[in-house]
Write a protein that binds this ligand. Sequence first.
Ligand code: GGG
Length: 356
Amino acid sequence: MKKNILIVPGDGIGQEVTAVGKKVLDKIAAKYGHEFTYDEALIGHAAIEATGNPLPDESLEKMKKSDAVLFGAVGHPKYDNDPSAKVRPEQGLLKMRKELGLYANLRPIKLFDELLGASSIKPEILKGADILFFRELTGDIYFGEKGRKDNGDTAFDIAQYSRYEVERIARKAFEAAMTRGKKLCSVDKANVIETSRLWREVVQQVAKEYPEVEVEHQFVDATAMLLIKDPKRFDVVVTANLFGDILTDEASQIAGSMGMLASASIGDGTGVYEPIHGSAHDITGKGIANPMASVLSAALLLDISFGMKQESEDVINAVDQVLKAGFRTGDIADATTPKEKILGTDAIGEELLSRI
Ligand code: GGG
């Protein structure tokens, strides 16, 4: 099969981990006789530095034309200390999602058994946890009108959802639930927020088309507690953009580390595959970033955008084998991990490649 993949490393450790993800794709292509061709594009701080624009038109055009995008991360600490900056790396990320119509962000919370000890949650609570989050990605407070009034002393962000936007993400989540445990939890804050009331109303309506799926509605605050208390009660979870962003960072502790969580953003056109973690400038350039999230994002890319199920399985198995062999990056090592088994980004990448 011939496929054109756009590599968009972005900022910080995005550069380091995406390089490993690309090598994994190359290894799969060689193993199965696929012809993968690659191009690169800029986004985020790297794009601002080069062009003044966090998502240059050239990058967007390349994304639209490619068969899939393997993306890294955006962000830079200089903007964290300058809240009034008009141009920010994250604007490139949001524009990419909107322009490509990427309304569904799938975030599988997959716990590899070998990492049971890496989490601060007790193993007996964690074992068997397997959750698929659907985070709505092109609406909510992220995309509503925002601004300042009263001479800058009052700030506002408008949260907005249309019936159509909720319906399409709900349907995607229900379809996934039908292929898994037929259980869906919709997360909102319908006791307080109007967009959440519409959210719940629409999910209840869509639920009628899927009578086999057991549906529950939870408030976001209760969900934050239940994820840690009893993660196994969840199968498919569907929620709004902001709630999904926060809850999946929390849920990364079920998988052991943010460095283990991949995501797929899908919708109207080209799919974008990226780790859920950000640019992590505190460890950038040290060669210690965990590339597993990028590698597992490559596995999602193979499966969802190219329909290459076996190839995708091979990548997931390689991750499993590397963990079974005891190799760890620092973020997933625990007190029992021998020093010689704690590897850097490239070295653990080599261990992965040798098992594909
Ligand atoms: N790879 C994910 C990433 O770059 N995250 C940084 C970020 O700004 N995230 C906000 C979001 O995902 O909405």
